[in-house]
Ligand binder design. Sequence first.
Ligand code: NOJ
Ligand code: NOJ
Length: 407
Amino acid sequence: MKMFLSILIFSFTTQGFAKTPQQQADYALNYLLENLSHPQVLAGAVIASPSQKNPNYFYHWVRDAALTMKVFVKLLPSKSRVQTNEAQRILTQWLEFEKHTQTLNNPTGHLGEPRFNVDGTADFSPWGRPQNDGPALRAVTMISWALTLLKMDQIDFVLNNLYCQSGDCPINKDLQHVIEHWKEPSVDLWEEVKGDHFFTRVAQYKALQLGIELTQRLGDVAMYGRLSQTKPSLQSALQSHWDASRGLIRPTLHQVDGWTHKTSNLDVAVILAALVAGVEEKAWGPLSNQVLATAEKLSGAFLNLYPLNKNTTFPAIAIGRYPEDVYDGNGFSGGHPWFIATNAFAELYCLHGEKNLGREYLKRSVLHSANDGHMSEQFASTNGYMHGARDLTWSYASYLTAYFACY
Ligand code: NOJ
Ligand code: NOJ
């Protein structure tokens, strides 16, 4: 964790970095693959981090896993046969693991269970439940994978493993979950607040939208009809998150439980939602003016909040989860910028067509990673040194998806 010489060099000489964004992408992929092949876990389990204490992130989180697997869907159509086979192998192992977790009795009592033990058993410790973004995000990644396979003429794999006429495949079950449960409040992606969340709803909306596309291609008229029927009410629920008087998208409506100190109504979860939606979704994707307006308010808040951002001449600042955050990665001594949040800004601006600005955010993230490319969950709001769970799988994955958008 001796990484910070580069910031000094940068501010005094305005020279480049110890490593390029491309080199960091190579590091990120390698460390990500290391986490996926951890010797102590069942094949297909995606550990959030190898850290087993202070904090213990040695679990398979459904959300982190689904967002991580987006990387391999992206890498699947490749000129290199080896790469295609490797991506397909990794995706298939994850699929097998999820197929298994979907059958487990769990404390939530449905598929909104947030995380599982790495040996493939359910986790009965007290936790924020349900987290209904999980099945929706898993459906989004698996359907994108299925649509990619259809383009590669691999319909048999899709029909036998991903989406089956019997209704018994993982995508069928997750879509069913979205249809049945989207109206219920659930715990947000930060595992702190129970209510109706923009992030969760965008994930659910995207699952419906992609589900509509898939069932149309596969000719499942019944499911196509049910998905299409659900869509309009979810769409208007999403519209109600826009706060016209403040000019921002509110992360949570109708809070029923959990922390009550998030009064700014600013949350990078809205930007993460836009990345799940993708550029095709004009209303909630990276091209949306409402999303952009929210992003500007967020960066304004973090500019004032973190000492690290105050004296920088760097165009892109460090971004955290939300201004009132006090979680330091292990305890509650105060909030910090996160790699996934800073990477999200990079991806947002690159997808929005502002590649120069997006790349600056990516460089910001490279700057706070270790010289040898390691990335934890957070970096200190004062001096930028890494802390929080080490080698966070999601940090690497979000760096890579941002990198794909920016280069
Ligand atoms: C651990 C969660 O994963 C994190 O997001 C949260 O801030 C803390 N617990 C506090 O609830
Ligand atoms: C805490 C984050 O808030 C949550 O989103 C994540 O799923 C877990 N850590 C595991 O990485």
